[in-house]
Design a protein around this ligand. Structure first.
Ligand code: GLU
Length: 472
């Protein structure tokens, strides 16, 4: 099953720091991380900050934070692409000297017109400056450096996902390597950096497939071995359309804020384009053991929040309760609630009782609130409606009954409530809704036995007593 390559695998994620970290980029990072882990290789990070106008310090931090939150720790120090400008330019110089690149003095308009003309003639742009030596007129004039794409033949990319992809060279223009301002173009920077970083496997989104053709030309011209490419299928919306804002969360930060656990996001993202049989729910160790980039499929993968919720619920149920308490607390604090000093300890008691029903950490917070309210609880109208004289008298008798209860556990209390109802000659339905409301103040709460057990004797008695003295 395992197909670990012979030489150590080096993968990388190369995000541009120009905003939030998109979920597609996170999926690429995950697949690179999984493949490196699966093969015992290395996973590197390169910040592609060559676009000086759009790259920001804050976005670099977003990349670090997003990858850290996702638990995709890269090996070694991150590489900053802009800092390598001199190395990139040296590579361009080498290409010029070897006849693979040339200075082109066309203006932008001239290039546009020629592009049109070339297209009409059935091939991509070839600049007249290919075979022209700049004269004194061109001295100091703005120019770009273009790659001299071969006219004949084709460039073949052997892609682990897309199989053999052929690009006729006549369809690849003489693409720019250096802009007029001397900054390098993406394809050149990526090729030089991937080579220098020893990257063996370039795993990234399908939108870069045509770049793989250009990059292959550059590797060959520079005399370097071409890495193995794997282009991942697009992530689509649930309806099969292109993923966009209207489908909901798009960035790693949004998924975090919606209350998804990082291991659930990893689990779910792994399913977007890859899978292990019918397994929907799995751990990192399983994913690492199973993952092979050769098993990635070509078809676009649909992002389905219902499925993600299901995966998240599974991971919440497996997660450590102290950790969950630490994650739920700031959510509640963010709502400006007046929380008791021992809120964390209380959450640790409540969370195991309610987490089964929580699809997100937000829901887990909602399900836990009842236990953190401070007395006296303000009662909702529904609960007040239940508290007629008969029910109040019954609640008072229940209070005495509970004071005598020995087994203060969910099961013990459930049993005790049953016995009480029997002694009253009524069904539990006669007392349940009122008791629930009195204990929770109308907030969601687990079954009554669990609610009482989680609140503890003192708090439970207090809340019942408060309700009895509150309602006249
Ligand atoms: N900076 C590019 C991106 O974020 C990197 C593409 C690649 O992995 O080569 O799309």
């Amino acid at each position: 099953m395992s197909s670990a390559p012979k030489s150590p695998v080096v993968t990388r994620i190369a995000p541009s720091p120009t905003g939030s970290m998109h979920i597609g980029n996170a999926r690429s990072a995950l697949f690179n991380w999984l493949y490196a882990k699966h093969t015992g290789g290395t996973f590197l990070l390169r910040i592609e900050d060559t676009d000086r106008e759009r790259s920001t310090e804050a976005s670099v931090q977003v990349i670090f934070d997003s990858l850290s939150w996702l638990g995709l720790q890269w090996d070694g120090e991150p590489v900053f692409q802009f800092a390598r400008a001199a190395v990139h330019k040296a590579a361009v110089q080498r290409l010029i000297e070897a006849g693979h690149a040339y200075a082109c003095y066309m203006t932008v308009d001239e290039a546009e017109i020629l592009k049109e003309k070339s297209r009409a003639e059935g091939h991509a742009l070839r600049s007249p400056w290919r075979d022209r030596t700049p004269g004194p007129m061109e001295q100091g004039k703005p120019h770009v450096i273009r790659f001299r794409t071969p006219d004949e033949g084709e460039t073949v990319v052997e892609d682990l996902v897309r199989d053999t992809v052929r690009f006729p060279n006549k369809d690849i223009e003489d693409f720019v390597l250096l802009r007029t301002d001397g900054t390098v173009i993406y394809n050149l920077g990526v090729t030089v950096d991937d080579h220098d970083m020893g990257v063996t496997h370039v795993i990234r989104g399908e939108e870069h497939l045509s770049n793989a053709g250009r990059q292959t030309l550059l590797y060959r011209a520079l005399g370097w071995p071409v890495p193995t490419f794997a282009h991942l299928p697009l992530i689509l919306g649930k309806d099969g359309g292109k993923l966009s804002k209207r489908h909901g969360a798009q960035s790693v930060g949004e998924f975090r804020d919606m209350g998804y656990l990082p291991e659930a996001v990893r689990n779910y993202l792994a399913k977007l384009g890859w899978g292990h049989g019918d397994d929907e729910l799995f751990t990192d160790d399983q994913a690492i053991a199973w993952f092979d980039v050769r098993d990635v499929v070509k078809a676009g993968a649909r992002l389905d929040f219902d499925k993600l919720n299901h995966v998240n619920n599974w991971h919440i149920r497996r997660a450590d309760d102290a950790r969950l308490a630490g994650l739920v607390l700031p959510i509640l604090q963010g709502r400006g609630l007046d929380l008791p000093a021992d809120a964390t300890a209380k959450l640790q008691v409540v969370i195991p009782l309610v987490k089964e029903g929580a699809k997100t950490l937000i829901e887990l917070a909602d399900l836990s609130i009842y236990a953190l309210k401070s007395r006296p609880l303000s009662l909702d109208d529904k609960t007040l409606g239940h508290l007629n004289d008969e029910t109040r008298a019954r609640l008072a008798r229940l209070l005495e009954h509970l004071r005598a209860a020995n087994d203060w556990t969910p099961a013990g209390l459930q049993e005790s409530l049953k016995l009480f109802a029997e002694s009253e000659g009524v069904g539990l339905g006669k007392i349940g809704p009122a008791l629930r409301g009195v204990l929770s103040g109308g907030a969601p709460a687990p079954d009554l036995g669990s609610a009482l057990a989680s609140l503890g004797r003192e708090e439970s008695f207090g809340r019942i007593q408060d309700a009895l003295s509150q309602v006249r």
